[in-house]
Design a protein around this ligand. Structure first.
Ligand SMILES: O=C(O)CCC(=O)C(=O)O
Ligand SMILES: [Fe+2]
Length: 316
């Protein structure tokens, strides 16, 4: 593997445990977050807490994908390709998705108990610890972003209350050079923020100023990315990121896991007036996240449109 091809995004350290809005530490990180997102739509968030949480997560990923196919298929959801076992490119790429990971016992009920009827407490524990860590970090980073646009505490709180969270577990086999189609096609995430974690095998690529960049990141970091919904809510003032996954340069299996925050459906998402002015005229009409997502899923390729879905859906 030619390691010089791989690039590090700006690294922002979130190891400090009790970061509080209004403190100097908070304000320093807030500026770094805003700058990195304006430039790349994503950045590397490092945290010492991944030293404990990271290893069991990778172990759990290996364990779940090692299950026999018939067992994995017990988790297939007929209705929703974003829930359960989904592997259109199997055996090269496979994934499991689970919704509402912040609800107590949901990981156990929707995943662990189906795959391991005799129980698998260590698997559930690794997932719960991961979701807790990612959830705290996601809320901190989202609050910083909203605050940096002048949105007040009430707005931030309301936003947090209207959010749901899901997790995706992914496995990508090493590809041969002759088969170099992305294992996960180029797409923009449709949600608010995505936090990605991986084993030591790099494979994520992002587009920046029209160039593809191969992203490497530390085992004690997440990659944090803006999705379409947050970008639209901010009136396009921070970009969502086109990204894909390839695994051609490593001879090893890549495991990754993503934590996704999304707005709950049933109400109209509206661009707040704080982000609209003469230089930034309104770009998006109010939209319902569930309706948008249903449309996004029903499109030909569930993750695969290499264009801004929200602009097409509700652009002014
Ligand atoms: O595996 C990765 O690093 C990326 C996954 C991803 O982009 C997604 O699940 O939306
Ligand atoms: Fe993605």
């Amino acid at each position: 593997m030619s390691s010089e091809n791989w690039v590090r995004l700006p690294v922002i350290d979130f190891s400090k445990q009790d970061l509080k809005p209004g403190t100097p530490e908070w304000d320093v990180l807030k500026v770094q977050v805003r700058e990195a997102l304006a430039e790349y739509g994503c950045f590397e968030a490092s945290t010492d807490r991944l030293k404990e949480v990271g290893k069991p997560i990778i172990g759990a990923l290996e364990e779940i994908f090692d299950l026999p196919l018939e067992t994995k298929k017990l988790c297939v959801s007929e209705k929703n390709r974003f829930i359960g076992y989904y592997a259109p490119k199997a055996p090269m790429a496979e994934s499991f998705a689970i919704d509402n990971v912040d609800e107590e016992n949901n990981i156990q009920q929707s995943l662990t108990n189906i795959l391991w009827p005799q129980g698998n407490p260590s698997f559930s524990k690794s997932q719960v610890c991961f979701a807790e860590l990612a959830l705290g970090l996601e809320k901190t980073i989202r609050a910083m972003i909203l605050e940096s646009f002048g949105l007040d505490d009430n707005y931030v709180k309301e936003h947090m209350d209207l959010t749901k969270y899901s997790v995706r577990l992914m496995k990508y086999e090493a590809q041969t050079q002759s088969n170099d189609d992305p294992l996960l096609v180029a797409h923009y995430d449709s949600n608010l923020l995505t936090l990605l974690y991986q084993n030591e095998v790099n494979g994520l690529e992002i587009q920046n100023n029209g160039e593809w960049i191969k992203v490497k990141f530390s085992p004690h970091s997440f990659i944090v990315m803006i999705g379409e919904t947050l970008s639209a809510l901010l009136n396009g003032r921070l970009p969502s990121v086109l990204h894909c996954v390839m695994n051609v340069e490593n001879n090893k299996t890549r495991y990754s896991t993503g934590f996704f925050s999304c707005l709950k459906g049933g109400f109209k998402v509206k661009v707040p007036e704080e982000v609209v002015d003469e230089q930034h005229p309104l770009l998006f009409k109010p939209f319902d996240y569930d309706e948008f997502h249903a449309c996004f899923i029903s499109n030909v390729n569930p993750l695969g449109q290499a264009f801004r879905n929200l602009k097409t859906y509700c652009g002014v």
